[in-house]
Design a protein around this ligand. Structure first.
Ligand SMILES: Cc1cc2nc3c(=O)[nH]c(=O)nc-3n(C[C@H](O)[C@H](O)[C@H](O)COP(=O)(O)O)c2cc1C
Length: 332
């Protein structure tokens, strides 16, 4: 049994999920300050993907560090890349708490955070000051963009484009999030017409050709996936992220259910199936995410065709040693 599962996890799990998250973020802030500029690049097997060089294939999924508040700390845990966000054009508080729930037996979470974040301008300012202070991490940084809650679906392209304009100099890649279940109507933006308009709006703001990926939901039929991939690639999407959380709560025991997206081990198979379908029709690289919690599940994503993997819930249940272990075990 690891120190994490013997001591740290039981203590953290005494707190409500979001309070535990805040506590961990504070510890990471202290770690980042202690290590200052000397956080080394992580170990592992380098991967070249959509023109970006990753020191290893294991990334932090979006939602953990929504505002880039502890960006310099993540490579300490061995992550080969970090996805900041979701960031929206307008700062927004998200849904009322409680909005994250643990299902320890299933090693799963349900969340309905609703894109709480400081807004694109404030996040851009923080990222700029990290750069100025020489504290930028030595790993690629992705920035995940979402639609502001107040913005109607028809104005989504301009909303994403505004955030992209604010943040474009800071991201090594961008993820268009059209798959969170917690912003009303957001997943409708996966439909070809909307996705095309969003990708065109970003392309107009993207003279440097930063890679723009699309993050999709697991709750899609094979035909829907094929349509989304065909449209996205025709509009220049540089890759795919499969998947976000699911609305399928069939793995949730009666009495434990909450509204929101389910992540962690019950999502694993479903997201790997979607990943596999995307890989089979896409010409571009795919990041596999959903239920990665040990070397076997990470290898499962790679075997299904993922070029890189990401995780969120696995970190909560398996602890801070997981990314390093995965990066080591993904060595060929
Ligand atoms: C509390 C929580 C917040 C999340 N917030 C975001 C988010 O802001 N943007 C996003 O694209 N995905 C978000 N996700 C989804 C994760 O990035 C990931 O796609 C999903 O949880 C599946 O991976 P996992 O099983 O490793 O957690 C969130 C997940 C959790 C558990």
């Amino acid at each position: 049994m690891s120190l994490y599962s013997a001591i740290a996890r039981p203590l953290l799990f005494l707190l409500p999920a979001e309070a535990a998250h805040e506590c961990v973020m504070k510890m990471l802030t202290m770690a980042a300050v202690t290590f200052g500029r000397s956080v080394p690049a992580p170990d592992g097997n380098p991967v070249e993907c959509f023109g970006v060089r990753f020191p290893n294939a294991v990334g932090l999924a979006a939602g953990m560090d929504k505002n880039g508040a502890v960006l310099p700390a993540w490579p300490l845990l061995g992550f080969g890349f970090v996805e900041v966000g979701t960031v929206t054009a307008h700062a927004q508080p998200g849904n009322p708490v409680p909005r994250v729930f643990r299902l320890p037996r299933q090693r799963a979470l349900i969340n309905r955070m609703g894109f709480n974040n400081e807004g694109a301008r404030a996040v851009a300012d923080r990222l700029a000051s990290l750069r100025r202070a020489g504290r930028w991490p030595r790993v690629p940084v992705g920035i995940n963009l979402g639609k502001s809650r107040v913005t109607p679906l028809e104005q989504a392209p301009e909303d994403y484009a505004y955030s992209f304009r604010q943040l474009r100099e800071h991201g090594d890649y961008f993820a268009v999030n059209v798959s969170s279940p917690n912003t009303p109507g957001l997943r409708e933006l996966q439909a070809a017409g909307h996705l095309r308009d969003i990708l065109r709006a970003l392309a107009r703001e993207n003279p440097e050709g930063k890679p723009v990926l699309v993050k999709i939901a697991p709750d899609l039929s094979g035909e829907e996936i094929d349509g989304i991939v065909a449209c996205g690639e025709a509009e220049g999407a540089a890759g795919w992220i499969a998947t976000n959380t699911t609305l399928d709560h069939s793995a949730v025991p009666p009495g434990c259910d909450e509204e929101g997206g389910l992540s962690g081990e019950p999502l694993r198979q479903m997201s790997t199936r979607v990943l596999h379908r995307v890989v089979s029709v896409a010409g571009k690289p795919v990041i596999g995410v959903g239920g990665v919690s040990d070397p076997e599940s990470a290898r499962g994503k790679i075997a299904a065709g993922a070029s890189l993997v990401q995780l969120y819930t696995g970190l909560v249940y398996r602890g801070p040693g997981l990314p390093k272990r995965l990066a080591r075990e993904l060595l060929p």
